[in-house]
Structure formats: structure tokens, C-alpha cells
Design a protein around this ligand. Structure first.
Ligand SMILES: [Fe+2]
Ligand SMILES: [Fe+2]
Length: 207
């Protein structure tokens, strides 16, 4: 069996160039997992354009590299105090992504369309286009993946159930596409159900 990589051959040169910008706050790992999720969402949404969504998700967070690492966690999470940095990483991100995309000019990729959804990917909450919706759902949906849960619980020293409750409270609307919502809600319910296994499997179940 051929072990196919999750990243398409077209996007590998972009990944190689993005990588040095993604070595902050697990952004490299986040990007690989979100890319995989984007591919799954794209399979459900033929009206979206993978040649825009996939390069965009690969490059969307490169701008964090230019933000003081000490301040990174203040920009996100439950009570962010430095939301201005979120806008800043988008602006830097567009600049860096443009450089990378113009260097490689990947075939069939509309560079301006990719940059347009990188710009504002966190600071705009609504779907500006179907491509934007899929990209945002892959990015935000990462928080509900096993990798996202493990990573974020590590940052804030919280339990998976607390994390899921935060997701449900603060991220509204959490997901923008039906496929994204089904994925995220399924993951959240599964995590809460997992936390109840003992309740049904333990002594109490014999009562
Ligand atoms: Fe971002
Ligand atoms: Fe992201």
C-alpha cells in the first residue's frame, strides 16, 4: 500500500516554505491537522474550490512568527486581552504568504483569492464566501480534533470537558458549514460522553 501524504504534491513546496514561520505555539502541527480536516470538508462541499482553500489553510497562520512569543497566549483563549495581535498576525500573514505564493506560483492557484481569505480569517466571524467558510471551519474545527484538544488543554491546564464547554460557549457561531458543524458537534458530544463512561460502567450501573 502506498502511504499517501495528507499534503497534496502541489502544496508541498508551500509547506516547506511555511514551516519556518510555523514553529511557534504548535502552529506547524495545527496547520497539518487543519489541512487534513479541510480536505475532509472539501469532500463534502464540491462547491468550494480546493485550490484556494488548501493553500490558504497551509499559509493562514505564518504571521504569528512576527508576534512576540511572550504575548501569544494573551491574544487567544477564554479572556483575550491582546486582540489587536490577532489582526496583526493576519496582516503579517498576508505579506509572508504573498512572498511564498509568488515564489512558487503553484499551477491553477489564484494567489489573490488565497490571500483574500487569509486576510481576516480570525477577525471576521461570518463566511465571506464558501471557500472562506471551509477554511475557517478547518481552522476552528481543529480545536475539536484529538490533536487540538490535547494541545489546548496543555496550554491552559484544563480538562477535555472544560475545553469543550468553552468551545460551545465562546465560539458562536462556532462552525459555518453543515459539514463542519456535524464534525465539531460530534467530537464535542463524544468527548463529553467519554467523560461519563465510569458513571455507566462503574458500581452505580449495577444498582
Ligand atoms: Fe490565525
Ligand atoms: Fe489557525
Amino acid at each position: 500500500m502506498i502511504d499517501e501524504g495528507v499534503i497534496l504534491p502541489r502544496d508541498l513546496p508551500l509547506w516547506q516554505d511555511a514551516k519556518p514561520y510555523l514553529d511557534v505555539r504548535n502552529n506547524d502541527e495545527h496547520t497539518i491537522v487543519a489541512y487534513g480536516l479541510a480536505r475532509a470538508l472539501l469532500a463534502e462541499m464540491p462547491q468550494a474550490d480546493e485550490s484556494v482553500v488548501l493553500p490558504a489553510i497551509l499559509l493562514h497562520d505564518v504571521g504569528w512568527k512576527r508576534i512576540d512569543p511572550e504575548l501569544l497566549l494573551l491574544a487567544i483563549g477564554r479572556n483575550p486581552t491582546r486582540k489587536d495581535l490577532v489582526r496583526e498576525h493576519e496582516i503579517h500573514g498576508v505579506e509572508i504568504a504573498r512572498e511564498i505564493l509568488e515564489r512558487h506560483r503553484p499551477e491553477g492557484v489564484d494567489v489573490e483569492a488565497v490571500l483574500a481569505i487569509i486576510d481576516g480569517h480570525d477577525t471576521t466571524k461570518q463566511a465571506r464566501s464558501v471557500n472562506d467558510a471551509v477554511m475557517k471551519d478547518a481552522d476552528k474545527g481543529w480545536r475539536a480534533t484529538p490533536h487540538g484538544v490535547k494541545t489546548i488543554c496543555g496550554w491552559y491546564d484544563t480538562s477535555p470537558v472544560e475545553h469543550v464547554e468553552t468551545l460551545e460557549q465562546v465560539s458562536n457561531p462556532y462552525m459555518l458549514t453543515a459539514a463542519g458543524r456535524a464534525f465539531a458537534e460530534g467530537m464535542c458530544v463524544a468527548i463529553k460522553a467519554e467523560a461519563q463512561i465510569n458513571r455507566y460502567m462503574g458500581e452505580a450501573a449495577d444498582e
